[in-house]
Ligand binder design. Structure first.
Ligand SMILES: [Zn+2]
Length: 168
């Protein structure tokens, strides 16, 4: 991507936190993984509940997303919304995605936010507490039974949250 590099200003890319989480170099709650996508429970919960959907390969922004990943990412965004809907039965679910520092992109690895609305409506864009991994694991435990199956993409809920009836 040298000739048609997007004009947006990306955050620093030298150490990608999301790639570290996916590789297990730093602890983070990964609700499910599939061939091209992973779904994480963010430590900054801005809704009930709040998930991050990202390609498993390092893609800096939406403007860099290849066709072969786009369908899987959008299906996972939809299924994250369905999972939240079934587990938490919120009256609304917000989806958002930021590209470039001016749009408040904080990590240069494409991610979609999916979050059930808060009491009173909307999601919280102000200061929210940073939960520890134990707390985000608890959220994953509640969501895991409601994750739609998608065997064609080899979707697998993390065994720690899958419960006793799930098969490996
Ligand atoms: Zn990355």
């Amino acid at each position: 991507m040298t000739e048609n590099e997007p004009a947006i200003d990306l955050p620093e890319e030298d150490k990608c936190a999301f790639c570290d989480y996916l590789a297990g170099r730093r602890p983070y709650t990964v609700l499910w993984r599939e061939d091209r996508v992973a779904v994480l429970v963010t430590r900054e919960q801005r809704g009930i509940a709040h998930l991050l959907i990202l390609p498993t390969r390092h893609v800096p922004s939406l403007l860099h997303l290849a066709d072969e990943d786009a369908e899987s990412v959008m299906i996972a965004v939809r299924d994250a919304a369905l999972t939240i809907d079934r587990a938490y039965e919120r009256p609304g679910i917000a989806v958002w995605q930021n590209n470039g520092l001016a749009a408040h992109q904080a990590i240069a690895h494409l991610h979609f936010h999916v979050a059930g609305t808060l009491p009173g409506g909307g999601t919280d864009f102000g200061e929210v507490p940073e939960l520890n991994v134990e707390a985000t694991d608890k959220i994953a435990e509640r969501l895991a039974p409601f994750v739609p199956e998608r065997s064609s993409a080899h979707r697998r809920v993390d065994a720690a949250f899958a419960g006793p009836t799930a098969s490996a």
